[in-house]
Design a protein around this ligand. Structure first.
Ligand code: FSX
Ligand code: SF4
Length: 299
């Protein structure tokens, strides 16, 4: 069943409500949808903690787009988002079916992909005939007709937390399941600015060079250590010592590539080291196997 224009408008209006935007101007949405070039974005969620979506919803900026709502509703055409869309059942699935039939959308995947038990550890939805569609199958189908696949978070990019041993569900990354290129935006979770950056630059075709792990060097090109204000400071010997370097406590800043020290988090208020925690390397392909937190707990 193809979704009607009226149904789609209702879906978008409902999404605005969930985001706390109040009444969405129907004219604004119609204007957006009337644009034949309005890019469609589909955002699926698999084996994850929802932290990527939550991080994205905390996006805030002094310049446009100013909030996550601006991104979702006026900058791009997000037709499906697992956490914020209130549409469910046939209506939600029909949005995906319509996009698949048309092709050329941007597919965002958040979370790892369970592959053991024929993928049955995660059911994405049921098809029009009532048959279960595994998350693995959903990603494979939708990736096949996407113009670009983007992995949000370390789980989708590399397997991340849900793929940690013994990994009974056989969690794999998006690249390892689709065997196709995907733009990786790791972080557990990724910074909201990185996700907005990825969407906007993908649509504008301005992502630029990637490193060997499929990460844009604009965001992951320098080590945390090289940008850290504590580089020449005295070593910390325990937690809670302001302005001391955490290297002796296993800080991963020297081997982790991210812009956290310069961009900072929570609307540029703070970041891990400024809060007296080591960098735990959450953007790394082997996260969380070797984090200093595991060592601190004797794992
Ligand atoms: Fe993974 Fe997303 Fe870590 Fe969570 O949903 S990157 S577990 S913070 O956030 O997929
Ligand atoms: Fe490098 Fe970590 Fe020390 Fe900062 S706290 S200077 S990132 S080792």
């Amino acid at each position: 069943m193809l979704i009607s224009r009226r149904g789609f408008l209702a879906t978008v209006r409902n999404t605005a409500g969930v985001l706390g935007l109040g009444a969405l101007e129907l004219g604004t949405v119609e204007e957006l949808l009337a644009n034949p070039n309005a890019p469609t974005v589909l955002w699926l969620q698999g084996a994850a903690c929802s932290g990527c979506s939550v991080s994205f919803l905390n996006y805030i900026s002094a310049t446009a787009p100013k909030t996550a709502a601006d991104v979702l509703l006026t900058t791009v055409n997000v037709a499906y988002q697992s956490n914020v869309s209130t549409a469910s059942g046939d209506l939600a699935r029909s949005v995906l079916d319509s996009a698949l039939a048309k092709g050329g959308y941007v597919l965002i995947v958040e979370g790892g992909i369970p592959t053991a038990f024929n993928g049955l550890a995660a059911i994405a939805w049921t098809d029009a005939g009532g048959k279960d569609v595994t998350f693995q199958q959903a990603v494979l189908n939708l990736a096949g007709r996407a113009s670009q696949v983007i992995s949000f978070g370390t789980c989708a990019s590399f397997g991340g937390v849900p793929s940690a041993p013994p990994n009974p569900a056989g969690i794999k990354s998006v690249r390892n399941v689709t065997l196709k290129p995907a733009l990786n935006i790791p972080g557990c979770p990724p910074h909201p600015n990185w996700m907005v950056w990825a969407i906007v630059n993908t649509l504008a075709k301005t992502v630029g060079p990637l490193d060997s792990y499929g990460r844009p060097t604009a965001l992951y090109g320098r080590t945390v250590h090289s940008q850290c204000p504590r580089r020449d400071s005295e070593d910390a010997s325990t937690y809670g010592q302001d302005r001391r370097c955490m290297e002796e406590m296993g800080c991963f800043g020297p081997s982790t590539y991210a812009v956290c020290p310069t961009m900072k988090w929570n609307n540029a208020q703070n970041w891990c080291v400024d809060a007296n925690s080591q960098c735990i390397g959450c953007v790394n392909p082997n996260f969380p196997a070797t984090t200093p937190l595991r060592r601190a707990h004797g794992d």
